[in-house]
Design a protein around this ligand. Structure first.
Ligand code: IMP
Length: 433
């Protein structure tokens, strides 16, 4: 089982980092395939806290190959800072490989992201303002600057000039900003290139070599299904495809290289930024979940919106991603709540029953969740390490999700610690490797 994709199934921040970290221990490589430094997760290792935005957290395992694939958009200043900070803490970063074909976030992308949001006013998406959307837009317009361009001063300068030309008007408010000076920008990016050169590689080829020799490669998704550019709650989405299918495009492997798809879902739901969120709780209960679950963004520090588990959206995600396994995180956060509610269908504003996630934006905006209630549990789950340690109500909650989704739950999170997990049923073959 060499190729495993890990994806978020809700609106992001499901705890993919921890699941990846656990599976990565036995894998040979971890590959990021989309998104950029809009993502972020925190890993606690031996009491030390590490925050990652671009580099796969697998880098903490000595000698593990960690790849930033062609589908990722890279802010080189952020990547270099992340590298330096790991080096300062004594971490060997020699295993990092960066695709020569990945696109670069330029200073003007960050400016355009901020300006674009300001212009949208009330309609703003609530982006992370990291330049993600404008960078992917340039990629599609064939005006992007790629990692390999950093190694050739002449090409780099020419491409930056070509990319800036159609943006003159939009960038007018930043006309005096020194970051837009062509010479200074080119010089700075050449310096970045110099620093990154030892890591730049044909990363698709590296993945093929591993997969062809039966080694395990993990493809680590960022953001999540409901933020997918094509399948999420457009336009309140990110500008890449966080679904499992995109692992092939963003890493350069074929569909037959993927053997398993693990979806990660919180035991409830959260969202940052604007856009539809049918099971949102804008009351004390929502505030309780935010407080109890520590629901504040790693990247932007924004409070997350919170709500009940939404099985209409999760069924949709299970099918879209072709999930073979599910990991439910933060089950411990639900303790003390009774009853537990789970949305099993929506009701449209016209009264129609919606069993499927509606594709039409107006229907989704008017959709009201219909809940089933399940008994809650009081116990603190933090010390549970096996399924039988869980109170019967927690087990029934998990069984209910499994039955509705038709996907086996393989891993359950019961606290922030690395060891605060329960492997359900048969342990993954990986652990026996
Ligand atoms: P962008 O990706 O910065 O363009 O932001 C687009 C939308 O995706 C906004 O609603 C963000 O809050 C959301 N988003 C982007 N990255 C993440 C993430 O890693 N977790 C949760 N939401 C995210």
């Amino acid at each position: 089982m060499p190729g495993i994709v890990i994806v978020g199934t809700q609106w992001g921040d499901e705890g993919k980092g921890k699941v990846t970290d656990l599976l990565a221990e036995r894998a040979d490589a971890v590959v990021r395939f989309q998104g950029g430094n809009n993502a972020g997760h925190t890993i606690v290792r031996d009491g030390d806290e590490f925050k990652f935005h671009l580099i796969p957290s697998g880098i903490l395992y000595p000698g593990k190959m960690c790849v930033i694939g062609n589908g990722v958009v890279i802010d080189p200043a952020v990547l270099i800072e992340e590298l330096e900070s790991l080096r300062r803490r004594g971490i060997d970063v020699g295993g990092l490989r960066v695709s020569a074909n990945a696109h670069l976030i330029m200073p003007y992308h960050v400016m355009l992201d901020t300006a674009g949001e300001a212009k949208l006013g009330k309609l703003q998406i609530g982006t992370t303002k990291r330049g993600i959307g404008p960078c992917y837009a340039d990629k599609a317009a064939r005006l992007g600057i790629r990692v390999q361009d950093l190694l050739d001063a002449k090409i780099l300068r020419k491409k930056i000039m070509a990319a800036l030309e159609p943006k003159q008007q939009a960038l007018r408010p930043f006309a005096r900003d020194p970051r837009l000076d062509l010479h200074a920008m080119t010089e700075e990016y050449l310096r970045f290139g110099h620093r990154l050169e030892p890591h730049i590689a044909d990363t698709a080829h590296l993945c093929w070599e591993l997969l062809d020799s039966g080694r395990t490669v993990i493809f680590e998704g960022a953001q999540a299904t409901m933020l997918d550019l094509d399948h999420g709650t457009y336009p309140f989405v990110t500008s890449s495809n966080p679904v499992a299918g995109a692992a092939c495009v963003g890493a350069g492997v074929g569909p037959r290289d993927i053997d398993e798809v693990w979806g990660v879902a919180k035991a409830y739901a959260t969202r940052v930024g604007a856009g539809p969120f049918p099971t949102e709780l804008e009351d004390e209960l929502g505030a309780h979940l935010r407080e109890r679950g520590g629901e504040r963004g790693t990247t932007t520090g924004r409070d997350r919106r919170t709500g009940w588990m939404d099985l209409v959206a999760l069924r949709y995600a299970a099918r879209l991603n072709g999930l073979t396994a599910l990991s439910i995180t933060k089950l411990d956060v639900l303790s003390g709540l009774d009853p537990l509610r789970v949305a099993v269908r929506y009701r449209s504003s016209q009264g129609a029953v919606l069993d499927e996630f509606p594709y039409h934006q107006s229907i989704l905006h008017g959709a009201q969740p219909e809940y089933e209630e399940l008994p809650g549990f009081e116990d603190d789950l933090g010390a549970c390490r096996s399924e039988s340690d869980l109170p019967p109500e927690a087990r029934a909650y998990l069984r209910f999700l499994e039955d509705h989704l038709g996907v086996p739950i393989r891993l359950v999170g019961v606290g922030p610690g690395r060891d605060q997990v329960i492997w359900m049923g048969e342990a993954p073959a990986l652990r026996a490797a």
